[in-house]
Design a protein around this ligand. Structure first.
Ligand SMILES: NC(=O)c1ccc[n+]([C@@H]2O[C@H](COP(=O)([O-])OP(=O)(O)OC[C@H]3O[C@@H](n4cnc5c(N)ncnc54)[C@H](OP(=O)(O)O)[C@@H]3O)[C@@H](O)[C@H]2O)c1
Length: 330
């Protein structure tokens, strides 16, 4: 991949470091609203720097755009990149809702490019291991996924400094930022629930600072719990009639998985790097080499399902991002 990055925060640095490890891809250009920021970000990668996105997207040395802008700009930036005939790696949460993501998928098809949501969970070797081994639990009876992490921006939020991730203007909140990983994990294993509901804890500006999503299935209830206002559990526990699966991290990294049954214990420690984005980059490189395969279609359908359920439970909990109520986003 010959990559243009959008967004100059720490996640883009992690992504670029993962790209450097791959040897088959390069960071060719960096876009920032601020040219100086773009230049200093681009320097270690010997990349070009732009403060004009249109010019950056016209660069013929780029075939893929990594979009790690603020959430409310994902749709706009992905749309611009596809219009310029570039593949798109779109940070989570992909878009506001399924309508927007579907629109991008349709556009990508017409422009013969690929769009993929950068959700680490789906690319982790332990995710594949869990999918292969979950049958050992028998009929599932209970699912609990927790991602409770005190945000480095929470203090600024309490000081009314409006960090992006704690505002409705920038489409933030705990559901789309952290619980999105739990939802991706649960929905990738168990498909569409019969019912789903979100119980948020709201801060002073109406943003969800923590919350619990309850997904109802035939034989069990799945609880997806996340918090940006306190540090706590980062774990997954799935209980079945025949055994229990435990993950000793949140769904974004899926580190150290064990399954204990009456007769045996199975475990997987496949993850061997701190930077889990390396797996994402490797899989994406492979997928982009064969752009019309089923894996891309399946990943996109999965992302579509997650964003659809997530946006519905969010709106049902009366959390609307700026501009959503009048539906003028196109
Ligand atoms: N996969 C993961 O593990 C992971 C982890 C963290 C975050 N993320 C995702 O990555 C994305 C970026 O997250 P973040 O926490 O880095 O967000 P952020 O710092 O708030 O914003 C990301 C970038 O958007 C630009 N930006 C900031 N405020 C803006 C504004 N008001 N208007 C226009 N552009 C603005 C900035 O780029 P310039 O100043 O250079 O223009 C900034 O570097 C989010 O979608 C988040 O969900 C993913």
């Amino acid at each position: 991949m010959k990559i243009l990055t959008i967004g100059t925060s720490i996640i883009t640095t992690h992504f670029c470091e993962a790209v450097l490890k791959s040897k088959h891809s390069t960071i060719n250009a960096v876009y920032s609203r601020d040219l100086k920021k773009a230049e200093s970000f681009a320097r270690p990668y010997n990349a070009l720097s732009y403060d004009n996105l249109e010019h950056a997207l016209n660069d013929i040395n780029i075939d893929t755009v990594y979009v790690a802008s603020v959430n409310n700009l994902h749709f706009k930036h992905a749309k611009q990149a596809i219009e310029a005939n570039k593949n798109v790696i779109l940070e989570k949460p992909s878009t506001h809702d399924a309508k927007e993501f579907n629109y991008l998928l349709e556009m990508a098809k017409n422009h013969k490019v690929i769009i993929l949501e950068a959700i680490t969970t789906m690319f982790l070797p332990n995710h594949a291991w869990i999918k292969e081994n979950i049958y050992r639990l028998g009929i599932i009876k209970s699912v609990y996924a927790a991602y409770h992490q005190y945000s480095s921006k929470y203090e600024a939020y309490l000081n009314h400094e409006d960090p992006n991730i704690f505002t409705l203007t920038h489409s933030g909140g705990c559901l789309v930022d952290l619980n999105v990983y739990n939802l991706h994990f649960i929905l990738s294993l168990f498909d569409t629930p019969k019912k789903a509901k979100y119980y948020p804890v709201l801060g002073y500006n109406g943003i969800d600072i923590s919350g619990v999503a309850i997904l109802e299935y035939d034989s069990f209830i799945a609880i997806a719990s996340a918090s940006k206002s306190h540090h706590g559990d980062q774990t997954i526990v799935i209980e079945g009639e025949l055994g229990t699966l435990r993950v000793s991290s949140a769904a974004n990294t899926l580190r150290h998985v064990t399954i204990s049954t009456k007769d045996a214990t199975f475990s997987s420690d496949i993850i061997d790097t701190q930077n889990v984005l390396e797996y994402e980059v490797l899989v994406m490189e492979a997928l982009l080499k064969e752009p019309y395969n089923d894996s891309i279609h399946n990943l996109n359908n999965h992302s579509l399902k997650v964003i659809d359920i997530m946006s519905k439970i969010r709106k049902d909990a009366n959390i609307y991002f700026e501009g959503e109520k009048n539906e003028t986003l196109f």
